[in-house]
Design a binder for this molecule. Structure first.
Ligand code: MCA
Ligand code: AMP
Length: 492
């Protein structure tokens, strides 16, 4: 299945229908039909081609949500160019790794982030690109792509602390869109409020794909803002919202009457990327009159499991496998376990990525006989509902953003005065978890100075929220740090 054929049901089939309203840098708001959107990406594709981009080349972007990100995505799908999204919160060190690994022809970004791009890689200014594309004729010259054509390389950190690129194909995105539109009954009648960042799979792989596949209407905002979120709901009157649990915690701040009125116009609230606490689901139901639908996915697999649209949305569970995706719970030897027994989730389906970019070792480790090992631990009840119970790695998820402690620990160990360091997650009522640093350091080492260095080098959500000086790290006889004992070691 070619992804563009799916998009064309909307881009061409519904050319005169309203497609998108987007907040643009500078404060303007733009509205476009699907036909106008199609023309914009044709123009941009012509410009990218003129700049030498061809099928299989990579093009990175480091941008907050704006229309140009959508144009870039559709233009690259048309050209068979592989999109490499970069989190706008990343600093030079994190951007440098992705750019060095994916070797994009250029990074599209703003003057703010340009200095963080390695000097050898061209930087294309987003505003200039948009202006120049607008001067070109809108003529469709698309490549013939198929399900196996790579569409994106999305970086996701491994346990090594070094991010790996998951190669997601046209077929992966199409399968994900069809599964979600079917499971959640997304149609052209929907109105989707898009507040998730477009540089991650939740916003890009679910939001944008469901919108283009269904032909519904999308309202794009630059980022989720707790002060403005309610006003967006009231003025746009969406029917559909996808969010991370932190967004739902923030939405609970609404006055009951306001929340009820917003809920009355909504059809479906979906949560994912991190566990949704059962009490948040319950408080949200009381306040908005909706049971949030929780689902489970990964960058490497897009969406795997979802609570049902019709039927019981069971708090604390992620529901049942999505159409076309097989899920098995297996023991460490790779054998499927019985109902209610704990094991690792293995998944297989057209949604699962082709492997890791130029990492045959990591690909071979993750895939066994066509099954992908997620690293997530869970159980399946006798009636099929799956509950996640943890992860094989010590990943921290804060506000829906992933943090690998190893990356922070490795940085800390390079700083003067630090002898040993361990980073662990601590529960947080709004963000789910936040990172805490435990350090063994020389007398006179200033923890505030360490924090300043970390803030300069890493994305803000990775900066430990608490710094604890300890005499020694708790270790096993083999020398492995026992992270679950860190808090106790600090108290003693
Ligand atoms: C957060 N910050 C941002 C952004 N988001 N800065 C710029 N642009 C953003 N988009 C920074 C702030 O500067 C601040 O840094 C810190 O993050 C917290 O921001 P705050 O305003 O206090 O917001 P919040 O109320 O805590 O909410 C944060 C958020 C954000 C909006 C929920 O965490 C977010 O957008 N999360 C979504 C992540 C996501 O899309 N994950 C999907 C991954 P400072 O602390 O320095 O002040 S894909 C995935 O996991 C799989 C596939 C799946 O299953 O979906
Ligand atoms: P990422 O690498 O950003 O794609 O993050 C994927 C990870 O997020 C998964 O492996 C899970 O550990 C976690 N995740 C996604 N959805 C959920 C959910 N609904 N509940 C708990 N964890 C989730």
């Amino acid at each position: 299945m070619a992804l563009l054929d799916l998009y064309d049901l909307s881009l061409r089939g519904r050319a005169d229908a309203p497609a998108i309203m987007a907040d643009e840098p500078g404060g303007t708001t733009v509205s476009l039909t699907f036909g106008a959107l199609d023309a914009r990406s044709d123009r941009l594709a012509a410009l990218l081609r003129a700049r030498g981009l061809a099928r299989g080349d990579r093009l990175a972007f480091c941008l907050a949500n704006r229309l140009l990100v959508i144009d870039l995505w559709i233009a690259c799908v048309k050209l068979g160019v592989i999109v490499v999204p970069i989190n706008v919160l990343y600093k030079a060190r994190e951007i440098g790794h992705i750019v060095g690994d994916a070797r994009p022809a250029a990074v599209v970004t703003t003057p703010e982030h340009a200095p963080d791009v390695p000097a050898a890689t061209p930087v294309w200014d987003a505003d200039a690109l948009e202006r120049e594309a607008a001067t070109l004729p809108a003529e469709r010259r698309a490549e013939r792509c198929d399900a196996t054509t790579p569409a994106a390389i999305v970086y996701t950190s491994g346990t090594t602390g070094v991010a790996k690129g998951a190669v997601l194909t046209h077929g992966n995105f199409a399968a994900n869109a069809l599964a979600l539109c079917t499971a959640w009954d997304i149609t052209r009648a929907d109105r989707y409020l898009a507040a998730l960042p477009l540089f991650h799979v939740h916003g890009l792989g679910n939001g944008v794909q469901c919108w283009l596949a269904s032909g519904c209407h999308l309202r794009l905002v630059e980022r989720f803002d707790r002060e403005q979120a309610l006003a967006w709901f009231e003025s746009y009157r969406p029917t559909l919202f996808f969010g991370v649990p932190t967004m739902y915690v923030r939405l609970l701040e609404a006055e009951p009457a306001r929340a009820r009125a917003i809920g009355a116009g909504m059809r479906l609230f979906v949560s994912g990327s991190a566990p949704l606490p059962a009490q948040v689901l319950e408080q949200f139901r009381e306040r908005y009159g909706h049971v949030i639908l929780e689902r489970y996915g990964m960058t490497e697999t897009l969406m795997n499991v979802s609570n049902p649209l019709v039927g019981e949305r069971r708090a604390g569970t992620v529901g049942l496998p999505l159409p076309m995706t097989a899920v098995e719970i297996r023991d460490p030897g790779g054998r499927a376990v019985a109902a209610d027994a704990v094991g690792e989730l293995w998944v297989r389906g057209p949604n699962v990525c082709a492997g890791y970019w130029e990492r045959p070792d990591a690909t071979a480790e993750a895939f066994v006989d066509g099954w992908f090992r997620t690293g997530d631990i869970g159980v399946r009840a006798a009636d099929g509902y799956i509950t996640l119970q943890g992860r094989r790695s010590d990943l921290i998820i804060s506000g829906g953003f992933n943090i690998y402690p190893r990356e922070i620990e490795e940085l800390l160990l390079t700083l003067p005065g630090v002898r040993e360091a361990a980073v662990a997650g601590e529960p947080d009522p709004a963000r789910g978890e936040v990172p805490v640093a435990y350090v063994v350091c020389d007398d006179g080492t200033d923890l505030a100075a360490l924090e300043t260095r970390v803030r300069a080098e890493l994305a803000s959500f990775k900066v430990p929220r608490r710094w604890v000086r300890v005499a020694a790290l708790p270790r096993t006889a083999l020398g492995k740090v026992q992270k679950h004992l860190l808090a106790a070691a600090a108290a003693s």
